[in-house]
Design a protein around this ligand. Structure first.
Ligand SMILES: *Cc1c(COP(=O)(O)O)cnc(C)c1O
Length: 355
């Protein structure tokens, strides 16, 4: 692998107080870039001062959403070291997304070097306060400057990072979820299983509508039957019904979340039955009615787990676990965050030390 060339910023930014951090807003001093050209492969890996990209206005990414991304975090442990959680899973998923979007595969060691060298250089940006971390956003864009609809021969892989505060500064408060019955996030054969920008653009309208009604997130139904639960906002979703854990199966339109995968592993370790299968919204309303809908939560890197306190569709509305976080949700949160920040043992080798 080519050596990463580092150009340091002439002046460094002032680091923000952890209490003032807004998710995704406080970018650090540097970023990682590497170019890909067909015939040449990946070349010129470099870390440069953070700043605007110069992109041809005809670049495919700007017109045809030829973009994929990842999201992970670097965590500061009690002894001051810095570690990543399941980073190889993120790199593998980026390559799965690349496959769907006709973007080139990036060698795992190159992506890994880009991420770890940037985090090392920006280590003073990894905050120390409880529940804070450095959010890492790797992404890949198609840059061919031509308006024809073709996959790009010139591509860039970029990593930017930013400190983020506690997702729940006031503790884990259950959120209210609205079941979207008009827009869909993804369909089988589409790009639902890929982490690609276009999925998010298509989800904004439903998100805005739910917010106007006073809900935090949208619960997405499948695009064919408009009956089966897929995801909640940009998170995977799980339910505890009559002692069992239910979560939608990875049917092609559900994003294979790494937090989802980790929760399933922990739940199985703890002896729970986990069913990955089709779950209709009706099944959940029925369970709520007969008192067996015990807990519901979303899973994703940003929030880890997010308890769901209310589920609504049209004028139907149910409250889950008295609008309080349930014991399994809490245990998953404690265990996963414990592993991520190095407070508890890591039995599945999910942690990679950076420095
Ligand atoms: C990223 C993402 C998730 C969660 O994935 P994690 O790997 O757990 O962060 C779930 N759904 C969608 C649509 C996503 O983009």
């Amino acid at each position: 692998m080519e050596e990463i060339k580092i150009t340091r910023a002439a002046t460094l930014k002032e680091k923000p107080e952890s209490s003032t951090l807004v998710f995704g807003k406080n970018m650090t001093d540097h970023m990682f870039l590497v170019d890909y050209d067909e015939g040449q492969g990946w070349h010129d890996p470099r870390i440069v001062p953070y700043g605007p990209l110069q992109i041809d206005p005809a670049a495919k990414v700007l017109h045809y959403a030829e973009e994929i991304f990842e999201g992970l975090k670097a965590y500061r442990t009690a002894d001051g070291s810095i570690q990543l959680f399941r980073v190889m899973d993120n790199i593998q998923r980026m390559n799965d997304s690349a496959d769907r979007l006709c973007l080139p595969q990036i060698p795992a060691e190159l992506a890994m070097a880009g991420i770890t060298e940037l985090v090392k250089l920006e280590q003073d940006w990894v905050p120390h306060e409880k529940d804070t971390s450095l959010y890492i956003r790797p992404f890949m864009i198609g840059l061919d400057a031509a308006l024809g609809v073709h996959s790009s021969h010139h591509v860039q892989f970029i990593v930017i990072v930013c400190p983020v505060g506690a997702y729940y500064p006031e503790g884990l408060n259950p959120v209210k979820i609205y079941i979207e019955d008009e827009d869909v996030r993804a369909v089988k054969g589409g790009t639902g299983m890929a982490k690609t920008g276009g999925n998010y653009a298509a989800s904004l309208r439903a998100g805005n509508r739910a917010e106007k009604k006073g809900y935090t997130q949208v619960l997405w139904l499948d695009g064919v039957h408009r009956k089966y639960i897929e995801e909640v906002g940009a998170m995977n979703v799980m339910f505890k019904v009559a002692g069992k854990i239910l979560t939608p199966d990875l049917n092609g339109s559900v994003l294979p979340g790494i937090t989802r995968r980790s929760c399933i592993q922990l739940l199985k370790d703890w002896g729970y039955d986990v069913e990955e299968r089709r779950i209709s919204a009706q099944e959940l309303f029925d369970a709520a009615e007969n008192g067996t809908l015990e807990e519901a939560w979303g899973t994703g890197t940003a929030a880890v787990v997010s308890p769901i306190g209310e589920l609504a569709e049209g004028d139907k509305k149910v409250t889950i676990n008295n609008n309080e976080i349930g014991p399994v949700t809490q245990r998953l949160y404690d265990e996963l965050t414990g592993i991520q920040w190095g407070r508890v043992a890591d039995p599945h080798n999910w942690i990679t030390k950076v420095c």
